[in-house]
Write a protein that binds this ligand. Sequence first.
Ligand SMILES: NCC[C@H](CC(=O)O)[C@@H](CN)CCC(=O)O
Ligand SMILES: [Zn+2]
Length: 329
Amino acid sequence: GDISSQLHGGYAHPLARSWQAERQLTKSMLIYPLFVSDNDDEEVLIPSLPNQYRRGINRLVPFLEPLVHKGLRSVILFGVPLKPGTKDALGTAADDPEGPVIKSIRLLRQRFPQLYITVDVCLCEYTSHGHCGILRDDGSLNNQLSVDRISDVALAYAKAGAHCVAPSDMNDGRIRAIKLKLIEEGIVHRVTLMSYAAKFSGCLYGPFRDAAGSCPSFGDRKCYQLPPGGRGLARRAIVRDINEGADIIMVKPASQYLDIISDAKELGKDLPIAAYQVSGEFAMIHAAAKAGVFDLKAMAFEATEGILRAGATIIISYFVPEFLDWLST
Ligand SMILES: NCC[C@H](CC(=O)O)[C@@H](CN)CCC(=O)O
Ligand SMILES: [Zn+2]
């Protein structure tokens, strides 16, 4: 038949099939989420998040040592304050110099000099109301107070030694505020600002909230995380955060938002794009594999193929320990 109709020859061999992909998954693309609590010696399985644990600071090094040896390059830290009385309306504990996050930043920088330490910046784990900011009397986010507080927390983490701060709060203008404080402090040259620029509200964060104890005590996050149908809003938020000084743009969740990842790559073609395969995506793949829908490893890889194809070159995933075993580079 007509020669232009013949495509099979271009992917007849496994290597030729791998050449068809613009981006290949490598260990250096992977960031592994860690839950660090203020109970120094605990190591507690998180029931809704398969194989994931909440750990106290004394359990981090023994856990990470073999992973670093296998090629783990980066982690993202989430603080989980468990001590009663820690939470308040302002999320005061978020930048407690004796808190689990700041102590872990110092420990990991000292113990694993090559490990790139990313730190999530938010207040929802530390506020009594569980929202990602400081509230007005009517329960809505007070933008000015929230942005002031979030940028103070980001600065504290950066001063403690974080290579990267990643504000997941979704308050308007927090990227600009963080960038300005890093500049004023004279450390902007050594701190990456990764924005959760397009982060959508929805039902895929449940297991994380179980792990982090970060459920909103009332209402929801629909007035600050993006509405799932808001493609235009996401494009506007991505452009805004690039203009406010973000060094990396993140889209979250990942597999249900591949068009947004593609938009982020188009709008931020000169920046690395990150994607967060969230707790619900991860738990769903495990649950389906357990139900016999597909092989776990095959689906873990197929999900990342889509995320890479859409344009991400950084993936935050709870599968990272497995990928360190499954990948050769
Ligand atoms: N700061 C918000 C945390 C947010 C979940 C939520 O909206 O509660 C994500 C963490 N950045 C959840 C991540 C996940 O589900 O894996
Ligand atoms: Zn939050």
